[in-house]
Design a binder for this molecule. Structure first.
Ligand code: GDP
Length: 196
């Protein structure tokens, strides 16, 4: 699948405002600053398809992109901002777990984590929710260029080991938007998800 023609379709304030639950889609999630926007831009070979909200706590939207007709990429709001009120976080968590449970078109979840700080609390919650509903997960260890090759390799092996507790629906790869490390592997996995 060629991701280059991907276009922005719409922004949604909540899960209910997403396009009709038809076709197929892949959701992207991660802590703020994990490198999600950069990864989306790298995968689609576009400079500014996904933009980051640099304002902590600002209302964040779900951005919907279309690769080709009926094949979508869903950019979920980054989580982990300390300043977001707990009630807002809880409401969002509820909506997110409902989305993972009910969305028929959802073929997989890409969970982005900074390779230097993998598996933080909310990352683990998401992994539990997704795997409990049988949604395949691709854990992307981002900013892999920040580590030396030997460190990278051992971190990847550790992260794969740690993923085993979530069952066999989780794959772990390294990624770098700066030097495109891991891009071919990611493309294969995303293409498979969208073509089934
Ligand atoms: P988002 O909040 O998850 O969408 O994260 P961004 O894509 O905006 O990236 C957050 C910060 O990390 C920015 O300063 C990026 O330049 C930086 N960043 C993103 N990807 C990489 C990467 O692969 N390597 C390095 N070294 N920095 C990255």
């Amino acid at each position: 699948l060629n991701f280059q023609p991907t276009k922005f379709i719409t922004s949604a304030a909540n899960i209910r405002q997403l396009p009709d639950d038809a076709g197929v889609e892949i959701a992207f999630a991660g802590r703020s600053n994990a490198g999600k926007s950069s990864a989306l831009n790298t995968i689609t070979r576009q400079k500014a398809l996904a933009r980051t909200s640099k304002t902590p706590g600002r209302t964040q939207l779900i951005n919907v992109f279309e690769v080709t007709e009926g094949k979508r990429l869903i950019d979920l709001p980054g989580y982990g901002y300390a300043k977001v009120p707990l009630a807002v976080k809880e409401k969002w968590n509820l909506a997110l777990s409902e989305y993972l449970q009910k969305r028929q078109s959802l073929r997989g979840l890409v969970l982005l984590m900074d390779i230097r700080h993998p598996y933080r609390d909310t990352d683990q919650d998401l992994l539990h929710w997704a795997t409990d509903c049988g949604i395949p997960v691709l854990v992307l260890l981002t900013k892999a260029d920040k580590l030396k090759p030997s460190q990278r390799k051992s971190t990847l092996l550790q992260a794969r080991e740690a993923a085993l507790v979530f069952g066999d629906g989780v794959q772990v790869e390294m990624f770098s938007s700066h030097n495109k490390l891991g891009l071919p592997q990611v493309e294969v996995i995303l293409s498979n998800w969208l073509n089934t």
